[in-house]
Design a protein around this ligand. Sequence first.
Ligand SMILES: Nc1nc2c(ncn2[C@@H]2O[C@H](COP(=O)(O)OP(=O)(O)O)[C@@H](O)[C@H]2O)c(=O)[nH]1
Ligand SMILES: [Mg+2]
Length: 502
Amino acid sequence: MGDHQGFHQIELKLYMPEKIPEDCIGKIKDLFASESPAQIPQKITNLLQLYDRFNIDIAVTGESGSGKSSLINVFLGLSPDDVGAAQAGVVETTMKATMYQHPNFPQVRLWDLPGMGTPSFNSKSYVKAMNLESYDMFIVVISERVRENNMLLVDTISQQKKPFYVIRTKIDNDMRSQRRKRNFSEANALNKMKEDCEKYLKEKNLDNPVFLVSAHEPLNYEMPRLMDTFKNEVPQIRAELFVSFLDKIFHRWFTAGYATQHAQKTGKIQAEDVANLHSMYKETGFGAVKVKAVLDSLNHFQLDVAVLGETGSGTSTLVNALTRMEKDMYGAASAFIGNPAVSSEYQGVRFWDMSGIEAFMTSMYEMKQNLRDHDFFILIVSDWQEARHVKLAKAVMELRRHFLLVQTKIDCHLRAQGDLCCAETEMLDGLRAQYTRKLQRAKLLEPQIFLINSLDRDGQDFMVLESALAIELDAIRTIAFAHYIEKILRNSTETCPSSMAW
Ligand SMILES: Nc1nc2c(ncn2[C@@H]2O[C@H](COP(=O)(O)OP(=O)(O)O)[C@@H](O)[C@H]2O)c(=O)[nH]1
Ligand SMILES: [Mg+2]
């Protein structure tokens, strides 16, 4: 076995898996081999800025009263009475589609189409009048049972070879009425309904996904699965659309004019951005194939968040609370340092429990070596220990990353100070001011400070922490990705270490 001599000189390097899959790495290395790595971040951020303004149009269609508007509100995360919500339960009077922008994905435009089967439209004229060819994807809403109109829509859409979901809604109603039957079993009833919908698709050799949902009970039936599928697939569909658009305008002169016109007419992209795309191609040579490799990698890219703090400060509890993992659940954060927590709450993010590393990593150099692949930091303090916490914060700052300061177990602190009988908000403000002074004294950049109890997500700053974290992670994703690609290219072309700073 190993020679343990000189153990103290061996630098401890924790294992961190790649942030994108091996095949993406291979493609990037092949396609960008001749690029100068130093220029890659700028080129990629320019490309992604343009991509950020490219819209995808999703039509929500079906019969009048089938529940389209109610479903859109679930997608938007709004109640029917909220500002900006689609009006549900109203008799359709307009012939025009209404657009709703997804709050988390502003480039995803949901179109509430007038219902089929109103006096203004019979089925054939509907298909024509709705300009179905201007949409990129469809959601066909069905309630009660599959009707001829629904199949006509499915036929038309499938001929266009565009992605679509079939959504059977108002399942709560179905279940309520069927419950009266003898031998009722919810599972059997749902299976039967699913088979009914799928039967029609199979007859047409289609295997599009079918979801059984209720807009009135968004946590039940297949609404959660629908939301997850949507969140996962739509960014990919949008990326494919963009690449196919670039292919048409860069590489196929005979389709370029039409594609440009169509995209501008439907508002998928602005005229000046089409011009920007052309100059990007001229200057960087990023054509459709290279852009596809970049977007594929970006869709898989994992941001790494390290949670630092003294052992026992509540790191695992916080990670579990953020990722919605219950204690002892499979996948819940354990003391095992090499096992990141992931969750659909933060897609493309890995949370690393790194509590206590400052205790066994003796030098600043060693600590930085082990933190340099992390993109963002949460510094947990349960009891402030000047030397320890300042050392951690310095390491993060020297890596030129950002961190949030989180005081955990705030309930215990409040209880301990309870004798002073001042209001909770005063105590919290006092604590925040104390931390600010401490950090200023140590000449550290002032991070945002959150005072939380990880076991009470509704209390104190927990929700503010969640939204601040989401905003921070969103803000660094592109730049972290661009530098990661640079690093991959550097590693394959040079032997010298990549630049750590971004
Ligand atoms: N029970 C139940 N009612 C629903 C559901 N979705 C919509 N509705 C009701 O069905 C009616 C028509 O819904 P709406 O969304 O306006 O349909 P649209 O005409 O297709 O936009 C309204 O009264 C809604 O409250 C559902 O999932 N369950
Ligand atoms: Mg409606």
